[in-house]
Ligand binder design. Structure first.
Ligand code: FES
Ligand SMILES: [Fe+2]
Length: 444
């Protein structure tokens, strides 16, 4: 099938503007992308005990992600086997059973059908309709990494670890600062009238917008760096199925650099024992600290270190979010605060505050960003946008060679490809992955 836009242009970094608000493109994304990719649905720390559950979506498909009495985490399609009612209507909780609101069929928290009202009279009992072997439909594939739970609607999806590829190296900075790993608060949920790809691209590599969109946040001195232009000194990396941005840290040892962004000594000691040589070198030897990142298709992460109190001290926070597509012009954001489970309690409290100031539903960055994305999406839905190709070629010369070379391993210990300075390398990577999926028809 011919794609409804110029795919070759996308490969060159020229983006048909209407892909950010187009029903036909959205239908293709449902059919060819979200039907196959690994989609983040939650973290094991959200459901620590047997019976704990959360309800999460992959596009229009609702799943109950629950921990069974056996301790296993499962994702079950939230649709009753009888006549299709949504079995669980709550967003999260703890339950031994789920009872369908329509006619009352009930299911154990591992999905097995437990009971049917009037089983004997209506079905002839166990003989006429055995409950044995009937379960809510399981998600075709489920896997975890550092406690992050992903599901795929494709039972032949590659193993999650292979899908992450070398992006796992970077994911560890956010989700494995100690062997215990992170715990989450949230999610906060809100909807924005913007296409889901815009946020994913922004978090993957748009350090160029910081000086402009977030001028006021810089002006009030929320960050220690006096100039937002500092962002050009950072490196942008892409590895496996994800990529992100980093800040360049001032000269110093590993310990000095981690403490520069606000980590207390006990946490630094744990990181030193938990991270690999390469992971420690990116920070300590090369002086780069991870900031925003995206894993294709719609998971983003952010790590930043604002001033949270009157003093000059900064404090780091980590946030995880998904861009859950609702339609071509609407996205539901699910945003979690993440913190190392072993961190000191006062650190956790201040880090939570730092997150809320910057990226919660009322966060200062959030408001700045979203106004752009809503406006962009609205304009992309008009007829003139069909004639416009947006320029996403920053960092490329006319002959497609990069403006600056990739950093050699002596200057950047991380895997993948990293470059210093402004560039839209990662936005292009992300849209190329997107196109790979859209160009691949789903076999019947
Ligand atoms: S639809 Fe669930 S019990 Fe009938
Ligand atoms: Fe932003």
């Amino acid at each position: 099938m011919q794609l409804p836009f110029d795919a070759a242009a996308v490969r060159r970094g020229m983006i048909p503007a209407h892909i950010y608000n187009d029903a036909e493109v959205f239908a293709l994304e449902r059919e060819r992308l979200f039907s196959r990719a690994w989609v983040f649905v939650g973290h094991v720390s959200e459901i620590p005990d047997p019976g704990d559950y959360v309800v999460r979506q992959v596009l229009a498909d609702s799943f109950i992600v629950a921990r069974g009495e056996d301790g296993e985490v499962r994702a079950m399609f939230n649709m009753c086997l009888h006549r299709g009612m949504q079995v669980c209507r709550a967003e999260m909780g703890n339950a031994s059973h789920f009872r369908c609101p329509y006619h009352g069929w009930s299911y154990r928290n591992d999905g097995r059908l437990a009971g049917l009202p009037f089983h004997r009279d209506a079905y002839g009992g166990e003989e006429g309709f055995p409950r044995q072997g009937r379960t809510l439909l399981p998600a075709p594939a489920l896997d975890t990494y550092n406690g992050l739970i992903f599901i795929s609607l494709d039972e032949d999806a590659p193993p999650l670890r292979a899908y992450l590829g070398d992006f796992a190296f970077y994911l560890d900075y956010y989700t494995r600062q100690s062997p215990t790993g992170i715990e989450l608060s949230g999610p906060q949920r809100w909807r924005i009238k913007a296409n889901w790809k815009i946020g994913a691209e922004n978090f993957a590599g748009d350090m160029y917008h910081t000086p402009h969109t977030h001028t006021s946040v810089v002006e009030i001195g929320l960050f220690r760096e006096p100039k937002a232009e500092k962002r050009k000194d950072g490196a942008t990396y892409w590895a496996g199925n994800g990529g992100g941005t980093t800040y360049k840290l001032p000269p110093g040892s590993l310990e000095e650099r981690l403490s520069h962004v606000g980590y207390p000594d006990p946490m630094i000691e744990t990181m030193k024992k938990t991270w690999s040589r390469g992971q420690l070198d990116v920070v300590g030897r090369d002086g780069f600290m991870v900031s925003a990142a995206s894993l294709f298709p719609n998971l983003s992460l952010v790590h930043n270190w604002p001033r949270v109190e009157e003093s000059d001290d900064v404090l780091p926070f980590i946030s995880i979010r998904t861009w859950q597509p609702i339609g071509p012009d609407e996205t539901e954001v699910l945003s979690w605060f993440a913190v190392d489970a072993g961190a000191p309690e006062d650190f956790k409290a201040l880090s939570y505050k730092a997150y809320l100031m910057c990226f919660g539903s009322t966060g200062m960055f959030e408001q700045d960003d979203v106004e752009n994305w809503v406006s962009l999406t609205h304009t992309a839905g008009g007829s003139m946008a069909r004639r416009l190709q947006l320029n996403s070629r920053m960092g490329l010369r006319p002959d497609d060679t990069p403006l600056v070379p990739a950093l050699p391993p002596e200057e950047f210990a991380g895997p993948g490809e990293a470059r210093v300075g402004y560039g839209e390398y990662n936005q292009r990577h992300l849209l190329n992955r997107w196109l790979d999926h859209l160009e691949r028809e789903v076999s019947a």
